[in-house]
Design a binder for this molecule. Sequence first.
Ligand code: PCA
Length: 323
Amino acid sequence: MKFKYALPALAASLSLGAFAQTKWDLPAAYPAGNFHSENLVAFANDVDKATNGKLKIQVHANASLFKANEIKRAVQSGQAPIGELLLVNAENENPMYGADGIPFLASSYAQARKLARVQKPFLDKLLAAQGMKLLYTVAWPPQGIYVNKEIASVADMRGLKWRAYSPATAKIAELIGAQPVTIQAAELTQALATGVVNSYMSSGSTGFDSKTYESIKYFYDTQAWLPKNAVIVNQKAFDALDKPTQEALLKAAAAAEDRGWKVSEEKNDFYKKALTEKGMKIMVPPPKLVADMKQVGAIMLADWEKKAGPDGTALIKAFQAAK
Ligand code: PCA
């Protein structure tokens, strides 16, 4: 009697197993309309299609599931199987995460891609040691200075209320005599509207997303660095997928990386035009400002190399030798 019922139940669970669906929540920190978030949704759709719905990834944009600075730990602990983080935000944990936040080390898309290539093996190793795996990275557009007045040099920036998003952008404030307040992108609009900050460095993308033009008039297009977002996955969650699903995920990730870098570069001009249409002035930074900021960059590079030790030296060497 027992078997009579157990067998159909077993058969049902087997056939269910054959169609087993895995659902992953993907916490992300930037608004749904941001190009990184749109790229994540395209990535999730590709995975869905390639696996016939076996792996469903739900993107949670705008820090709605975890705050920007909590995402890495959430993926590490398995609270989230997958997530998107801003690499430079982990610089205090290990300087190698911050290589793409050093001003003027890699300040064009071509240079940033080169840096991404030489940085990748270090990231793979660091993440693997914490039970995670790097799926892909995509650069933000080049970083410029948003400021509420015209500036000719760093001396003009003293005393600014400076929004920082990372250890390095807080360090810049220190070096230029501004007052840093760390605010992630999801809270930036409010911080600007309430006057908590009146300046910061970021991309045209974040200036546009946060409606910075409502309180700040100038964007100095310094093109100082291109920080990257990274999509990372918990290794155990990855290992729990069957082989074809793993392969589909990696293939979709490679496609997302290609697409993301292209869109980032294409949108860079779009964002600057959009900011102009909203009444902002896009400024070519005057020579003294450029020279001052390059000096800031040189100090930060030297500091970084000291902190990063032999790995840092190896990365810089590889970067300089890379084509
Ligand atoms: N936007 C993000 C990080 C870099 C960027 O361009 C921000 O400002 O928070």
